[in-house]
Design a protein around this ligand. Structure first.
Ligand SMILES: NC(=O)c1ccc[n+]([C@@H]2O[C@H](COP(=O)([O-])OP(=O)(O)OC[C@H]3O[C@@H](n4cnc5c(N)ncnc54)[C@H](OP(=O)(O)O)[C@@H]3O)[C@@H](O)[C@H]2O)c1
Length: 303
């Protein structure tokens, strides 16, 4: 009997849900995915910016792309839960989930959930959104989950500091003067990799894969809300940065390429598997982080 051939994977005709698509790497990726034929769901914190993004995409594809906007402030767990509920009502399938939104904060701010803000946006938001949407991703068959990490994870040399999850020490004197906010950012980007490792393990055998990537140093709006010094630093770094299209290249490839079908739990850079820091390689720590994240989001365990 002739063997049944499965159709090669491509993002054309697939539904891609993406956070942080109103600017920078996410916007460039959303545009390219739309050009390649994907329908999009954009998770944005501002209706105005969401609408502007839809307009830009529709202009690019001559109105051929279905683009939904879902509102969520990713610092706020109630807002994430409400958006997830709306997504589950409006989206019968999610083929690709991209956790891309991210930020850095030079000052220590606690969210109304009592979570330090960098940790809330960069780690707990992807954790909560993904786990709330996981059954829908599984129902969609061979779904893909992609999380934007960073080479900056290497700054977290001591790994996840589980006894300082609200980053009091990181942001206190003298650590804050020695780059505490940068280390905190690095810790959240390390958490993105460990989250991917454990998610991939939990998803084994389901057909859903989870990977993360480093976009490189990219010219975006990143770190523009942290005062003059941060803006000046970013202006200098711009000289060494890549354009957004290049920064989005690996994300688009992870969403669209058939070559990596079945690959899961990996960290990529420039469309190649890369080796993250030693702190990112422990399955035991990845498991511990998952349990802590469940506790911090008061979310039920995956069944
Ligand atoms: N740029 C780099 O060199 C670089 C390097 C490595 C990794 N990364 C990672 O790349 C990802 C994208 O960053 P980017 O460089 O493209 O920066 P960006 O231009 O500032 O874009 C960040 C995106 O995240 C969204 N966002 C931030 N806080 C949010 C919140 N509370 N709720 C909802 N959405 C929120 C922003 O929405 P608004 O448009 O409303 O602000 C924007 O769409 C981040 O995860 C970052 O850590 C960047």
């Amino acid at each position: 009997m002739e063997q049944l051939k499965t159709k090669p994977w491509s993002v054309s005709g697939k539904y891609v849900l993406i956070t942080g698509a109103t600017s920078g790497i996410g916007l460039a990726a959303a545009k390219e995915l739309a050009v390649r034929g994907a329908d999009l769901g954009i998770v944005a914190r501002s209706q105005v910016k969401g609408n502007e993004t839809v307009e830009q995409i529709q202009k690019l594809t001559g109105g051929q792309t279905k683009v939904d906007v879902f509102l969520a402030d990713l610092t706020d767990q109630l807002s994430i839960r409400s958006a997830a509920s709306e997504i589950l009502t409006r989206c019968p399938r999610i083929d690709v989930l991209v956790n891309n939104a991210g930020a850095m904060f030079v000052k220590r701010i606690l969210t109304r959930d009592g979570i330090e803000k960098t940790w809330a946006v960069n780690h707990l938001a992807p954790f909560l959104l993904t786990t709330l949407l996981l059954d829908r991703l599984k129902m969609s068959g061979q779904a893909r989950i992609i999380t934007t990490s960073s080479h900056g994870h290497k700054m977290a040399k001591t790994g996840i500091v589980f006894d300082d999850l609200t980053a009091e020490k990181r942001y206190s004197f003298p650590q804050v003067l020695l780059g505490g906010a940068n280390f905190r950012y690095g810790e959240t980007k390390l958490a993105n990799i460990l989250f991917t490792t454990e998610l991939a393990r939990l998803l084994e055998g389901t057909g859903v894969v989870a990977n993360c990537f480093d976009p490189g140093l990219v010219t975006t709006n990143f770190n523009q809300d942290n005062g003059l010094l941060a803006r000046m630093t970013m202006a200098v770094m711009k000289r060494f940065s890549r354009p957004v299209e290049k920064g989005a290249e690996t994300l688009v490839w992870l969403a669209d390429s058939n070559d990596i079908s079945g690959e899961s739990g990996k960290y990529y850079m420039d469309m190649k598997a890369a080796i993250p820091s030693a702190a990112a390689l422990s399955g035991e720590i990845a498991q511990k982080l998952w349990e802590v994240s469940e506790f911090q989001t008061q979310h039920l365990k995956l069944g």
